[in-house]
Design a protein around this ligand. Structure first.
Ligand code: XIL
Length: 351
């Protein structure tokens, strides 16, 4: 049933626009209005998304590029627990609502992000007893998933629950106070609150085969074996051009997740070049190659329902706070398409 609904939604996306495109070779100067990514994605049966913040939508240039190129949107921040409920019991959905209505007005789908994460948790939650945390945790998931029911096609239900060291479950407050079962509980509550939404586990550093992706694989396999309602896994894909995961490794990881009956998506892609030290032109070409080959994996994998970038203009990226100066996205800070943009377009058009 859920799969049928999702397939119908994808079909809807696919017929929403026609791919009208002129092939653009890497040497062709950038046209002012490049072919829309969303048309190419629709023709490939995929969603192409970006994270946004509602305040950016007031900028006309930002909003024009957003509207032209994307058919899927994720709130970068405003659907997390902290911005929604800074004071206990006083929920404020204004930021996420603004994003959802802007998406609806432009014929875009929305993915909710993220119901349970060890970060962006309101400070009052940290002081709760285990018994009170259970009550608030359940209420939070139910309330937010119900609020957005019918307006999102998917949720990142649990985000980043696997640790980087040893790859056990991260020893977050949720695990400490609620036990390992908090993950299964979160999915069950989300499914009850929004039976139509696809429910994803989302994480970073487990894109290709390796210790962390093995742990994620075992986690979701275990959830499925217990009958937990999980529909897919998000591969965040915050990568460095200099050390991106190998294509074959990511393809194999997507395949083994698909073989469990799950969907996958590339959920937060950006490609850092700040640490390469080459010429700007060389760096941007390397970045293009990484974007192109990794996005092509999603295009080629039937279980991959889309690619979401963690922003689209170098004018706004979380990377600067986290890692320092960089140029990680598809458009430059003046909203001109970079080589990376054409790499993504090529991948979506299978060329
Ligand atoms: C980041 C946002 O980009 C920032 O604006 C916010 O302040 C903190 O979170 N993994 C995730 C995302 O799942 O939610 C994070 O987003 C980036 C890492």
């Amino acid at each position: 049933m859920k799969r049928a609904v999702a397939a119908a939604l994808l079909a809807l996306v696919a017929c929403g626009s026609k791919a009208a495109s002129t092939p653009t070779s890497p040497t062709t100067p950038a046209p002012a209005d490049p072919d829309p990514l969303r048309a190419a994605a629709s023709a490939a049966g995929k969603l192409v998304g970006t994270a946004v913040q509602s305040s950016f939508l007031n900028d006309a240039r930002y909003s024009a590029v957003f509207a032209r190129h994307f058919n899927y949107v994720t709130a970068e921040y405003e659907m997390k627990w902290d911005p929604i409920e800074r004071a206990r019991g006083a929920e404020d959905f204004s930021g996420g609502d603004a994003i959802a209505s802007s998406a609806a007005a432009r014929g875009m789908q929305v993915k909710g992000h993220a119901l349970v994460w060890n970060q962006a948790v309101p400070s009052w939650v940290g002081g709760l007893s285990a018994a009170d945390l259970r009550v608030e945790f359940e209420r939070h998931i139910r309330s937010v998933a119900s609020h957005y029911r019918g307006r999102v096609i998917a949720w990142d239900v649990v985000n980043e629950a696997v640790d980087d060291v040893g790859f056990g479950l991260r020893d977050s407050m949720f695990r400490q106070k609620l036990g390992d079962r908090y993950i299964a509980d979160a999915f069950r509550i989300a499914r009850e609150a929004d039976p139509q939404a696809l429910l994803f586990y989302n994480d970073y550093g487990g894109e290709g085969l390796g210790g962390k992706s093995d742990a994620i694989y075992e986690l979701v396999k275990g959830l499925l074996a217990q009958g937990v309602p999980i529909d897919g896994v998000g591969l965040q894909m915050h990568v460095r051009a200099a050390a991106a995961p190998a294509d074959a490794s990511v393809a194999a990881n997507m395949r083994r997740l698909a073989a469990l009956g799950l969907r996958v998506n590339i959920s937060e892609m950006d490609v850092r070049v700040g640490d390469i030290g080459g010429s700007t032109a060389d760096n941007l070409e390397r970045q293009k190659t990484v974007y192109r080959s990794l996005v092509a994996l999603c295009v080629a994998e039937p279980a991959c329902h889309g690619v979401t970038f963690w922003g689209f203009t170098d004018a706004h990226s979380w990377i600067y706070n986290q890692y320092g100066p960089d140029a990680p996205l598809l458009f430059d800070a003046q909203y001109a398409p970079k080589p990376a943009f054409y790499g993504v377009l090529d991948a979506l058009m299978r060329r």
